[in-house]
Design a protein around this ligand. Structure first.
Ligand code: NAD
Length: 357
């Protein structure tokens, strides 16, 4: 029986991966120590999702291991050895702002943790495909030098620019820009995953995500903007938009579409393959557009303020060009667009928080 090891298995992408690959016939071994509640408080805990997965998936097992704990990670990998055909590494400290509070925690989780997992894969299951969820923050604030135009509700890049029609591709430099400490720890992990591919021949796929979203997101103010925004609309909590007049643009990809991309990669893995992966031109929105849409769907107005200060290193406009992945895996297609994503999050949030409103 093929085994898939998933780190961060109770988080948004990890849990969606657990369900997806379980359905594809894998035995799923999840690693998650609910560190998200340490990062963002108990409202952001992913413990509820661990219980949900254990109930729903008969061939799922959960291990409360810190990915930095090399001894525990090695013992687990050794137990399953070459039966492990796929490793999906999503566990992370995911926020810019939080990283600056505890740089060592951020770096050791994101960089050292990734090294522990890559090395365990090399030692105990070297033929497995290894998927790493990187981030578009590896490009630092370089996207902010693009010649953007201010429109009524969003910043926009014209079609005359090389990135205008399809978004930003993998040729953008990841060097010499401001990343935030989070971006820097993810760069370290991204380059390590590439190196284990180039140097050791491990089949590593590095997915540089835009905004990832979906119903399993435990929204926190510092991470998971659509989930948190909708939570504020539904519960009446005030919301602050950080800078750029609320016109900053993000592309949003549904967790299903991302995990489905993992599946296509896992069937024909390559070594050191780097992909920008997000909603692309297909699915993106500005903050103001997202607020408008959430208010319409939830039937409630959001109390929000436009703060002047942008988050350090935050992108003004980021849309992923996903054509490299589409060229390598032409059978992969989007299932969700921006409107479907918003509808789903609003429905899920009303179910989870609506009664408290
Ligand atoms: N959500 C986004 O918008 C986004 C965008 C780009 C990239 N990413 C990347 O995708 C990955 C998954 O993101 P997500 O939104 O699913 O995150 P998430 O916070 O929902 O899930 C991560 C999970 O990892 C667990 N975890 C954290 N540190 C751990 C540790 N030391 N040991 C074991 N478990 C630990 C957390 O408890 C949490 O359940 C991350 O690597 C993130 O950097 C996310």
């Amino acid at each position: 029986m093929a085994i898939c090891i998933i780190t961060g298995s109770s988080g948004l992408i990890g849990s969606e991966s657990a369900k997806f690959f379980h359905e594809k016939g894998f035995d799923v071994v999840g690693i998650d120590n609910d560190m998200r509640s340490y990062f963002f408080g108990k409202d952001a805990s992913t413990g509820w999702n661990t219980e949900k997965l254990k109930e729903a998936l008969p061939r799922f097992q959960h291990h409360n291991i810190d990915i930095r704990d090399q001894e525990a990670v090695n013992a687990l990998f050794k137990r399953f050895g070459a039966e492990v055909t796929l490793v999906i590494h999503t566990a992370a400290q995911p926020s810019h702002d939080w990283a600056a509070r505890e740089p060592f925690t951020d770096f050791t989780v994101n960089a050292n943790g990734t090294l522990v997992l890559l090395e365990a894969t090399r030692q105990f299951c070297p033929d497995a495909a290894f998927i790493f969820t990187s981030t578009n923050k590896v490009y630092g604030d370089t996207p902010n030098v693009l010649p953007l135009k201010e429109l009524q509700l969003r910043w926009e890049l014209g079609p005359e620019h090389a990135y205008g029609e399809h978004g930003i591709d993998e040729s953008m430099s990841i060097d010499q820009s401001k990343h935030s400490l989070f971006g820097a720890s993810k760069v370290a992990a991204d380059v390590l995953a590439q190196e284990y591919g180039r140097y050791f021949g491990l089949k590593t796929g590095i997915f540089r995500g835009g905004c990832l979203t979906g119903p399993a997101h435990s929204g926190a103010e510092l991470h998971g903007f659509l989930a948190y925004l909708v939570q504020c609309v539904v519960t009446g909590k005030p919301y602050t938009v950080f800078g750029y007049k609320g016109k900053q643009v993000r592309d949003n990809i549904h967790s299903y579409d991302l995990v489905n991309a993992f599946w296509h990669f896992a069937q024909k893995p390559r070594a050191a393959a780097v992909y920008n992966m997000g909603g692309s031109r297909h699915s993106n929105c500005s903050m103001l557009e997202a607020i408008e849409s959430a208010e319409k769907l939830a039937g409630r107005k959001l109390q929000y303020t436009l703060g002047d200060a942008a988050r350090s290193g935050d992108h003004i406009w980021y849309v992923s060009d996903v054509r490299k992945f589409q060229t390598d895996y032409p059978e992969w297609k989007y299932r969700y667009g921006m409107n479907d994503i918003m509808k789903e999050i609003v429905a899920e949030t009303i179910e989870r928080y609506g009664k408290k409103a």
